[in-house]
Each structure stands twice: as structure tokens, then as C-alpha cells.
Design a protein around this ligand. Structure first.
Ligand SMILES: [Fe+2]
Ligand SMILES: [Fe+2]
Length: 164
């Protein structure tokens, strides 16, 4: 889970300045026991929900940093955007269909382990656009929503070609 899918970056390698900066943005979250439970759930074929969240967090961090945006909020929201601890295929939620329900549940769970700023909250709540009606409000949330789809597609393709 310390590797980013599609990159050679090892998040444990603190001689890598970007990996170190990313770690500093999320260190309280990445060691949180409740968040680490995401590793028990499959997101895309062989990719766990935790690995997917780390992928989205790191790519969002890099892109937002490149554009001079709030990369810390993007990194934190990336880790938290799919913070729901159930199998959506088996457990229906009272909040509605999966695309609508899980961002609301992720935001609620995130608020049990950290305070969210406006950008982080918007990133989490609106990441399923266009499957949910209200679009993202901030540049960071638009980027995160696009990167979520990119990572999901990449994870599926990588898994399909992984013979292990
Ligand atoms: Fe999601
Ligand atoms: Fe996601």
C-alpha cells in the first residue's frame, strides 16, 4: 500500500522530497486505525479501497501542487473521499444509491477523525460528479473528481494485466 499505482514512488522513501511532503500533509490520517480498515475492502478487482484512496490522494496532491492550489487539502480529501466501511454491492444505505450515499457517509466518517475545511468537504461530497447532480465547487474538488476516475480506470486496467 505504500506504492502509488502507475508510479515508482515509495511513500516510505523520505529521501524523496515529494513523498516526504505528501506524508507530512496526511501523517495523522495515514496512521489512523479506522481509516486503515479501508484495506479490508476491495475497490477495483485486486486494489483495496485504502490503496485506491492513497492513489487518488497522491495524484491529487501532485496535480494541485503543480497548479499552485491547496495541495494539502487535496491530499487529505483524497485519502478520505471513499471512507466508507461496507461492501456497497451487499449493503444498501438509507442515504440512497451508492454514488449518492457513499460521499455523504465518507464525509461523516472523516469528521469522526479530523476537522474538514470547506475544500476538503467539497472534494469528498462532490467526487462522484457527474453521477450526482451538484458539481464540485473548487478547482481542487474538480481535479480530485477527475483523478478519482483516472485512478479507478488505471487500477482496473493494471489489475487485468497483472497475472499474479
Ligand atoms: Fe467514491
Ligand atoms: Fe474513489
Amino acid at each position: 500500500m505504500q506504492k502509488i499505482i502507475g508510479l515508482k514512488v515509495d511513500l516510505r522513501d523520505f529521501s524523496n522530497a515529494l513523498a516526504f511532503e505528501f506524508y507530512n500533509c496526511v501523517k495523522d490520517l495515514i496512521s489512523n486505525k479506522k481509516l486503515l480498515e479501508l484495506d479490508n475492502f476491495t475497490q477495483h478487482i485486486k486494489t483495496s479501497r485504502l490503496q485506491h484512496s492513497i492513489n487518488v490522494a497522491y495524484y491529487s496532491f501532485i496535480v494541485c501542487k503543480f497548479f499552485g492550489l491547496d495541495y494539502k487539502s487535496a491530499a487529505r480529501a483524497g485519502l478520505l473521499h471513499d471512507f466508507y466501511l461496507y461492501d456497497w454491492r451487499e449493503q444498501k444505505q438509507p442515504e440512497g444509491y451508492h454514488a449518492k450515499a457513499h460521499p455523504i457517509i465518507a464525509k461523516r466518517n472523516a469528521q469522526t477523525i479530523t476537522n474538514l475545511n470547506k475544500i476538503e468537504e467539497n472534494c469528498i461530497l462532490r467526487h462522484m460528479c457527474p453521477l450526482t447532480p451538484i458539481p464540485p465547487k473548487y478547482a481542487e474538488s474538480i481535479i480530485l473528481s477527475i483523478i478519482d476516475k483516472y485512478c479507478a480506470s488505471f487500477e482496473v486496467i493494471m489489475n487485468l494485466f497483472d497475472k499474479k
